[in-house]
Design a protein around this ligand. Sequence first.
Ligand code: SF4
Ligand code: SF4
Length: 428
Amino acid sequence: MSAPLTISGALPVYEDYARCVHCGLCLNHCPTYRLWQLEADSPRGRIRQMVLEAEGQIPLSSHFVEHIDKCLDCRSCETACPSGVEYGKLVEYARAKIAMRYNRPWLSRLARSFFFQHLLPHPERIAAFAKFLRFYQKSGLQSVVRSTKLLRLLGLAEREKLLPTIDEEFFFAQLGKTFPATGPLRSRVAFFAGCIANVTFTKLNEATIRVLTANGCEVLVPGEQFCCGALAAHAGEREAARKLARKNLRAFGQGNFDAILTNAAGCGSTLKEYGHLFAKDEPEYAAATAFGGLVKDVTEFLAKLGLSARLKPLTARVTYQDSCHLLHGQRVREAPRQLLRAIPGVDFSELPFSDICCGSAGIYNVTQTEASLGLLAEKMSYAVGTRAKIIATANPGCLLQLRAGAELHRTGQEVLHIVELLDRALER
Ligand code: SF4
Ligand code: SF4
């Protein structure tokens, strides 16, 4: 199997594909196979297509691209696979190939170039674009546009509903600051703030810092940090992801701390796997691997450290949706549940099929809106069945998707990140 030299970083080899023994045990764990019952939209079917394409037996055609695009990169198949197939690596490589060799429609190329090359790597542009969106949302323009048929005519009506609300204050203002621990110092940590989260999840980031400091952590927020590159890596924009990784290696490289923490599971899984973006003989490889070893999801870190802050009771039934990139990408299952159970008064109720994606999956809800909404509808029906007042999760993307789900399906449920619940329970 030939691997093109033009794609940089660690590349999968023949054995990575050959590990798939076609047993099919992953099929019922795959959200897209569950939706459409099509082999071509299953992990086994997609791996087969990747092999056939690499061997030159099928072309890199729109047909191939469609099945790879429809994959959520949720990695549920990795958890299910008894043979140890690292599917995430394979699909990201297939997407990198598509990005380099396949001519997408011009509008799609324009949107990808704007988002991955000209927006995400530039914090000042994220802030400027967010201010424009905030004006759209707050000025009444959004209501006017929604009342016309314009969005429906452009095919954007469903996507527009998924737009996050832009914050009044941006978390960018907190970059470069250090927040002291409350009480005896138990740990020094660096906080990774995200990219879009700086303009849409300021309150979540602030709550994360409050919970950490209340539990004896000094929190440093490095000033020169950038987007982690997860969205770019998942979309096959490998060079964009590598550039961002290099910047973050510089920003966090000199610090003296016990861990690098994130409250975004999607970012966390890419940050932990920075080593995958570089080949072993590249100069960044050692630093990227060491960096990855320091990264922890905030729930994983807090569960291990143990909660020392006093918590007041929160009397509510709570259910939990696993974030795919926490459960399948990082294999963190118990820590979030342990933290929820530690809050006095919480009546924890397991969500059936919580290990199946909610349809958020990075930009999947924008690029594959129909499939995403189908998955969301199923998710919300299970969430209603738990009779939980609060749906907790551990990733901003899942929060947005589930909040949209609660609104669309009128479930009346509140959707919160686990650290937001912990923050609410802190005795101040
Ligand atoms: S479970 Fe693993 S080995 Fe079996 S078909 Fe799926 S990817 Fe292949
Ligand atoms: S990553 Fe998710 S959607 Fe893609 S093949 Fe695996 S289970 Fe299916």
